[in-house]
Ligand binder design. Structure first.
Ligand SMILES: Cc1cc2nc3c(=O)[nH]c(=O)nc-3n(C[C@H](O)[C@H](O)[C@H](O)COP(=O)(O)OP(=O)(O)OC[C@H]3O[C@@H](n4cnc5c(N)ncnc54)[C@H](O)[C@@H]3O)c2cc1C
Ligand code: SF4
Length: 483
């Protein structure tokens, strides 16, 4: 069992990180891994608590104390088996998960939490290096076919699990390549795309077919796909942006974050020869004064991408108030994860974040953005914001990126064609994964709203269990049959 004195003897080490000034000149990975002896020391800080809050804090229920102890003892092969038992894609979460497990670590009450996320990444990195991760196609096939629409982490996880139990899975993806927001939202600096390709190649070798460039509900009828399969999983994400309802929102130079990030990710793919050149007009930040509205993950990715393009300046306006000293908001006490952190990878590279600010107007000249008008606001949540009198300010800007969140999945097309019932927030109503339509299930952001990769993987896995049970019970009529 764990070393009972480890946390008293070993301090948490910072994760190796390339210098911000150097990495901002390229689109390569930011973080590295510690050498093995140091990783084993770090794992020894895990106390193997009687109630492992970390395990509860991880949406996948990762068996954190178990694999920490295996790493401490140098049993890497066993560690990857433990990790894969609950997480299909630890290389993604090990890099880009905000690690709610670490916020829930008991050590975080009075010390620095155990380095869980980096250890997770180190386990899977080592396993790939050693050649331990190989395709494992199922031994038997059930003869039942499942269509997964959407190849983000939810669709990938559902497909992986359903294929493992012997169903024949086809993943339909509208974009030119699989991965969802991991490929076209998250920048390469956080997650290099060859990692997605490596995992997709494994899934293909296990028997999953990926049909990319197919918009279900447009290029091919949703009914037709439903009819052709024994079950269908709707894992289309939640991409309808929250609208920016202020004067000037339609000026040239004002863009939604996803339009910019899709183009940036495609541009990086082209630079690296992964995609053919295009003559399409692109949104660029190079040489411009950029204002990012919104201080969440999406805003941070806009900030870091704009810095990589050589923006003259990047100002992030965030309605949330300052991060309290010690990093814990009163409304997210331990073991909850904080809403904002004192700094981020993107802010370390440059740019300014201004808390407690609200944009009131975008001013144009000849139809193009020239200035951003804002004011300071006070309040404890986005619902009770009060303007601070006399706090108005004006900033010059040529590009404004709007990253204020997403509402729900697109309703037209697939969802409306299948007449799927929606919940109060406009997501697909599928409390237990089954939608209002017999044989059609939902998973990931399309069901729970815009969230995290770890939640999407967890949701895809849970959906797969429900679908498999229904298919085996013979309860599912062809997916096209009305409920
Ligand atoms: C910019 C940005 C950065 C983020 N960074 C992080 C991060 O660092 N860490 C983290 O944990 N989370 C992050 N997230 C959140 C995370 O990416 C999502 O929660 C997660 O990807 C959701 O997975 P999903 O599979 O449900 O949907 P998505 O990843 O959105 O995938 C849905 C897929 O369905 C496809 N699709 C949609 N409609 C159709 C159709 N009709 N036919 C065929 N295909 C269709 C889409 O093209 C897409 O590929 C970020 C989100 C954004 C926007
Ligand atoms: S998936 Fe995220 S929450 Fe779970 S152990 Fe890994 S870093 Fe922690």
């Amino acid at each position: 069992m764990a070393n009972p004195r480890g946390f008293l003897e070993v301090r948490r080490a910072p994760a190796p990180e390339r210098a911000p000034r150097e990495r901002v000149r390229d689109s390569h990975e930011i973080f590295g891994t510690l050498p093995e002896p140091e990783l084993r020391d770090q794992a020894s800080r895990c106390m193997d608590c009687g109630v492992p809050f970390c395990n509860n804090g991880c949406p996948l229920g990762n068996l954190i104390p178990d694999w920490n102890d295996l790493v401490r003892r140098g049993m890497w092969r066993e560690a990857i088996d433990q990790l894969h038992a609950t997480n299909n894609f630890p290389e993604f979460t090990g890099l880009v998960c905000p690690a709610p497990c670490e916020s829930a670590c008991v050590l975080d009450i009075a010390d620095d939490p155990v380095m869980i996320k980096q250890i997770e990444y180190a386990i899977v990195d080592r396993a790939f290096e050693e050649g331990w991760i190989v395709p494992r196609p199922p031994e038997n096939r059930t003869g039942l076919a499942v269509a997964v629409v959407g190849s983000g982490p939810a669709g990938m996880a559902a497909a992986a699990e359903l294929n493992q139990v012997g169903h024949t899975v086809t993943v339909y993806e509208r974009d030119e390549a699989p991965g969802g927001l991991m490929r076209f939202g998250v920048p390469d600096a956080k997650l290099e795309k060859w990692m997605i390709d490596r995992r997709i190649a494994l899934l293909e070798a296990e028997g999953i077919e990926f049909a990319c460039g197919v918009d279900v509900g447009a290029d091919v009828g949703a009914e037709e796909i439903a009819e052709r399969h024994d079950a269908m999983v709707v894992a289309v994400g939640s991409r309808v942006e929250r609208p920016l309802e202020i004067p000037g929102a339609d000026l040239d130079g004002v863009h939604y974050a996803m339009d910019y990030l899709y183009q940036r990710n495609r541009a990086v793919a082209r630079e690296e020869g992964r995609e053919a050149p295009t003559a399409k007009r692109v949104i660029t930040a190079g040489g411009k004064r950029v204002v990012v509205i919104g201080g969440g993950d999406t805003g941070m990715d806009c900030l870091s991408s704009a810095n990589r393009e050589g923006a003259e300046s990047v100002l992030m306006l965030d309605v949330y108030g300052n991060v309290p000293e010690g990093g814990r908001y009163a409304n997210t006490p331990w073991p909850m994860a904080p809403r904002r952190t004192e700094t981020t990878y993107a802010l370390d590279e440059g740019g300014e974040r201004r808390f407690g600010t609200q944009v009131t107007e975008l001013e144009g000249d000849g139809g193009s953005l020239v200035r951003v008008h804002g004011r300071h606001v006070a309040g404890s949540s986005s619902r009770d914001l009060r303007p601070v009198p006399g706090s108005e300010f004006v900033e010059r800007a040529e590009l404004c990126l709007v990253a204020i969140g997403f509402q729900h999945p697109a309703h037209e097309g697939l969802l409306s064609d299948l007449r799927l019932a929606l919940d109060a927030r406009g997501n697909v109503s599928a409390k237990s994964f089954a939608t209002s339509r017999e044989g059609v299930y939902a998973a990931g952001d399309a069901r729970i709203g815009q969230s995290l990769i770890v939640n999407a993987i967890a949701d895809g896995r849970r959906a797969a269990r429900v679908i498999d049970r229904r298919l085996r019970e013979g309860a599912a009529a062809p997916a096209g049959a009305a409920a």
